[in-house]
Write a protein that binds this ligand. Structure first.
Ligand code: GAR
Length: 191
């Protein structure tokens, strides 16, 4: 299969798992070549073991430029068709996002509530709905071109955790469907 996805994840990895499962069931016509995490203790690590997907541990270190370069080299060696940031809590540098095709799933209706606390920020601001956005990644913080977004209502008793879980249900379906559509339109570099 010539369509290869490389996933970046920092957390529990439920989005990554949705992508991997869709690929393994044949619902997504692409292979997940590996997952990279900057958090060696994160839930995504055991998920990859269960799902039999290579996990690359790349924890942050003191030299950020060197870390960026190592991430670049790892990605280049894998030659992915598409890089998917699925709960990856690091900013990717300009060289990376202009060299590779990178998308990100974010838990708000961008441009509202960019950054690491999108769900909390939506609750604090008292809006009645938030959602999820999938966008191309540029060198900014959640500023890249929007591909698709879905609304999720905020309910009266929502806590950050409850609301985030409801958003993630939508995110998991949307990321799989969006990857599928993008792969049909992208020019493939992987052989
Ligand atoms: C998702 O909600 C994703 O949008 C968010 O982290 C969660 C990962 O969930 N990403 C960001 O907030 C990036 N700014 P998961 O670990 O269960 O896949």
């Amino acid at each position: 299969m010539s369509r290869c996805i490389f996933i970046l994840a920092s957390g529990t990895g439920s989005l990554a798992e949705a992508i991997i499962s869709a690929s393994q069931k044949g619902d997504l016509s692409a292979q997940v070549i590996a997952v990279l995490t900057d958090q060696p203790e994160a839930g995504i690590v055991s998920k990859c073991a269960t799902l039999d997907i290579p996990i690359i541990s790349h924890p942050m270190h003191d030299d950020r430029a060197e870390w960026n370069e190592e991430l670049f080299q790892i990605t280049e060696s894998l030659n992915p068709t598409l890089v998917v940031s699925a709960g990856f809590m690091r900013i990717l540098d300009a060289n990376y996002v202009t060299t590779f095709k990178v998308i990100n799933s974010h838990p708000s209706l961008l441009p509202m509530f960019p950054g690491a606390h999108a769900v909390r920020d939506a609750l604090i601001s008292k809006v009645t709905q938030t959602g999820t956005t999938i966008h191309w990644v540029d060198a900014g913080v959640d500023t890249g071109e929007i591909i698709v977004a879905r609304e999720v209502p905020i309910l009266e008793d929502d806590t950050e955790e409850v609301l985030h879980e409801r958003i993630k249900i939508v995110e998991r379906g949307l990321i799989v469907a969006t990857i599928s559509e993008l792969l049909d339109t992208l020019e493939f570099s992987h052989e």
